[in-house]
Design a binder for this molecule. Sequence first.
Ligand SMILES: [Mg+2]
Length: 425
Amino acid sequence: MSSIRQDNFIAIIDCNNFYASCERVFNPKLNKKPIIVLSNNDGCVIARSQEVKDLGIPMGIPVFKIRHLVEIYDIQIFSSNFSLYGDISNRIMSIIRSGNSEIEVYSIDEAFVTINPRYTDPVEYATKLRNKIYQWTGIPVSIGIGKTKTLAKVANHLSKRGIGKDNVCLIDSKNDQNLLQQVKVHDIWGVGRRKQKFLKINGIYNAYDLKLANPQWIQKHMTVISRHTVDELNGIKKIELEYENATKKSISTSRSFSRMISDITTIRNAISSHASRSAEKLRSQDSFVSSIGVYLCTNRFRADLPQYRRYINVQLPIALNDTSGIIDAALEGLNKIYKSGYEYKKCGVILTKLIQSNEVQQSLFHPRREKDEKISKSIDKINQAFGADTIRYAVQGQNESWSIKREKLSPSYTTNWNEFLSVET
Ligand SMILES: [Mg+2]
């Protein structure tokens, strides 16, 4: 049964220009300078500092198209440094968690929390939290507050437009008419392009119009999800927070190669690395796997080249969570689907049929691999302490020649011993 408490406020904490802000944290010279972060293979813009947004450079644009602007405005370019962003994100989430157990990490730079009613002034709580996150991590955040997730999202949108105070905006029954009227329907969480068209045709232009719409009529002509949006704009909770420790039901790791690859050795390296990473994720949620999917495909955008794509599922006789067992199974799958003579662009590993460790059944013919499980756990500890892949399996290869290009990578200041920030005295 759903047990949504109607009375508590919900806040969304959203980091401002997150990747660009992360690059700034350890390099104060970048303050006020325009910054962009590029996608894998240094292709497209995936994050922009405010200065870059103000220049009108759109998200997703290939960097070669804006070379002239990079020159003129001295735009600083970075390859995406996900280990740095992930680590800073973890720090921010644990600051949020320390004052509030009811948290949903919504993305790398966003979290919903149910504000504990002991904080009688939600704006004061949010302002303190915002200041604490900035002081402890250097990352600026905006916070939106409302009785529902949808209202919190709308408030957050407004806070980024400077409405509210100190990047904190609250919507409640006293101010909602004024605030909701300033938000266009397409800026409401869950209203996509197709839905906005329908709403506008029917005279519903802003969030306040939608709040006043007849919920039955919306459900009949749109979907029940849209009806929930209307209810949520009226302060009625319909979308629950998904609290933590919801364990994943499948784990997938894949990546495009930096170039086309045809030899089996390099593809074995890549599959092994994906399998190893997946095994790590599996252990971090204390699960076991009993079925492993492996896939391999050529570049579908190169119609001039022969095309091939295959997926295979390897059933395991017993549930595993050790890296060597998972690599073996993934390579067995690869051997069955690999065909020479093709130029491959991408491969991946998907762990399906996950179970929790206390549900693992013993099998007479296949005893549990306790020794391998212990080895994997020790490797996890070492890699957590000394940086990812400090210890890796030989089959992963010496260097990741297949891996993405990251020429403009900033150092992994917080996650790699060799790249800690040093202070000269
Ligand atoms: Mg953000």
